[in-house]
Design a protein around this ligand. Structure first.
Ligand code: HEC
Length: 160
């Protein structure tokens, strides 16, 4: 138990150092403020790019959202997954802040969901360096703050 708390502290220090290295004021994963599952503030202070977000959404090594979600507008995507709901119309159903909250950490909105948390670096069960028993060298979120904003911009284009 003690050890997990210590590792969490290491992770958040690592994240702050990582973020401090960036020129822009980016909200670190541990500093994201949720309200009812939503995150009101842009993580980068800038609007995202829907085009870049479409790439994050469909690229296996990035968001890979299509592994679980179908979007009818993405006609080129073959065999999208169906573990999660079809995302047509989510830009109408949810506010920008709610969509950001879902992408950052969907567990705030959907308790116990199997959707991954895309902008999180602590609270994992085994944040170690593979099976060596040593703490991880650096824990990075799955998506960068910019990629989260880009995906949110893309989701907002999915109107009814
Ligand atoms: C491992 C599967 C999985 C992946 C990968 C995944 N999701 Fe999800 N997502 C889900 C599930 C399951 C739900 C339904 C929430 C629940 O558990 O009740 C969901 C819900 C959502 C919702 C709310 C939809 C609604 O109609 O309420 C949005 C928006 C969403 N996901 C966006 C994304 C985005 C964007 C990505 C990629 C960055 C992504 N998801 C990746 C499984 C996934």
């Amino acid at each position: 138990m003690k050890r997990q708390i210590a590792l969490g502290a290491v992770a958040s220090v690592a994240a702050s150092v990582f973020v401090a290295g960036l020129a822009q004021a980016v909200t670190a994963p541990g500093d994201v403020a949720f309200k009812d599952g939503a995150v009101a503030m842009s993580l980068t202070g800038q609007p995202g790019s829907a085009d870049a977000g479409k790439k994050v959404f469909t690229t296996r090594s990035e968001g890979n959202c299509i592994a679980c979600h179908k979007v009818s507008a993405l006609k080129d995507v073959q065999f999208p997954g169906n573990i999660g709901p079809v995302l047509d119309g989510v830009g109408s159903a949810y506010s920008e802040a709610q969509l950001r909250g879902i992408v950052v950490n969907a567990k705030h909105m959907f308790d116990g969901t199997m959707m991954p948390s895309f902008y999180k670096v602590s609270g994992f069960i085994r944040p170690g360096d593979d099976y060596t028993g040593k703490p991880a060298k650096e824990i990075k979120p799955i998506l960068s703050a910019q990629q989260v904003e880009d995906v949110v911009a893309f989701l907002q284009t999915l109107k009814n």
